[in-house]
Design a protein around this ligand. Sequence first.
Ligand code: URP
Ligand code: ZN
Ligand code: ZN
Length: 470
Amino acid sequence: MARVLIKGGRVLSATGGQNFDVLIDGDEIAALATPGHFASIESSCDRVLDASGKYVLPGGVDVHTHMELPFGGTSASDTFATGTVAAAFGGTTSIVDFAVQRTGEDVHDSLALWHEKAGGNCAIDYGFHQIIGGVDDAALRAMADLATHEGVTSFKLFMAYPGVFYSDDGQILRAMQTASELGATIMMHAENGPAIDVLVAQALARGEFDPRFHSLTRPVEMEEEATHRAIMLAKVAKTPLYIVHVSAREAIETIARARDLGANVFAETCPQYLYLSLEEHLSLPGFEGAGYVCSTPLRSRAEGHQDSLWRALRTNDVSVVSTDHCPFCMKDQKELGLGDFSKIPNGIGSVEHRMDLLYQGVVTGEIGLSRWVELASTTPARMFGLYPRKGVIAPGSDADIVIYDPLGSTDISVKTHHMNMDYSAYEGIHIDGRVETVLSRGRVIVENRTFTGAVGHGQFLRRGLSQYLL
Ligand code: URP
Ligand code: ZN
Ligand code: ZN
């Protein structure tokens, strides 16, 4: 078993930072000690990594990715191999992806298919949530089986996308009641899909075809209303609720009110909703805005949604930042919606940039250092049954570690990223910091801007229940 010593760094956690040397034995962290404590065993270590002047933090946990997701007549362009290598470059060492079941499909078969796609193909550890796109008796029985035996303890439902993933309120309530019995977590895509479909049809009839109409036909009221409805249904079912990819200030306000009243409701947002906007990106001339089509949609900066999301990260009304990584190339994929915004596949790729983009929020004073770690690693691990194996640097935890250089810099560009995309939604954004070295279960998988790991190293994570259950 290889022994690795990381010395001289500042070890960060969700509660603070301390100068510690970290000793790794095989896959796990063996011990933390005051600087210099391990000097006598240094020569017996297989690797000694000097982290002087650097942060040493738990590897990122991205609990919302869609590698290879079939969507809108095509599939997300990152495979589990390309997507997890890109994630590693960005300091993310665990992902939780979504197995997809649709009406009439067997839930177990869909999970088996996702195991087939990911097994032996991941560079970092991975788990699955299960999308239930067809709630019926068999699917409800399968939920119990997955949560009890398969390490899949969270289920995503959709109030959007009628005819694809959509569940009606009765189906949602039944799935929530099942989750409540199991202690499982319901993840909700909260947008009023049937009403949005009417607005989309009306816009197309008026000749409104450009990408920006994607956002204009998904107004904040559609997110706010669905968020409120989901919270009420979860209250009746007595189940914890995690609302994914929140983008509207009004949805955050709805969630904050419910939390203030004691509801066990959590919100996730994503870098695209913090950095990108309707005016600056989705409304770019020609077809360029298509690269920014995702759901929930990018919102207006003039209306202040981005600012309110940063604020909610500080107040903990938003508890997790994941990516909803769902990349499509412009060529042949986003282009499916040339002349009709409703046919543009929904999704943006950012699995490689989440840790950096959130760190830039530390630099600009939006959040503190330990909040960075909490949002990107510790809380997602706790929320989805991975803690303390993931999400913390502590004895016995997996040695998933990022050495981050606050004096380095990163310029995001399609020319340098590793995601399988022919554009970058974050082109030209400068980060005042740099992922220097990444370890996954004790193995150095990124150093000197080079991938040194192996596709196939990543193991399936059987997850426990959320630590946020009441
Ligand atoms: O635009 C998005 N978010 N695409 C992925 C599917 C989803 O709803 O998460
Ligand atoms: Zn969604
Ligand atoms: Zn998603």
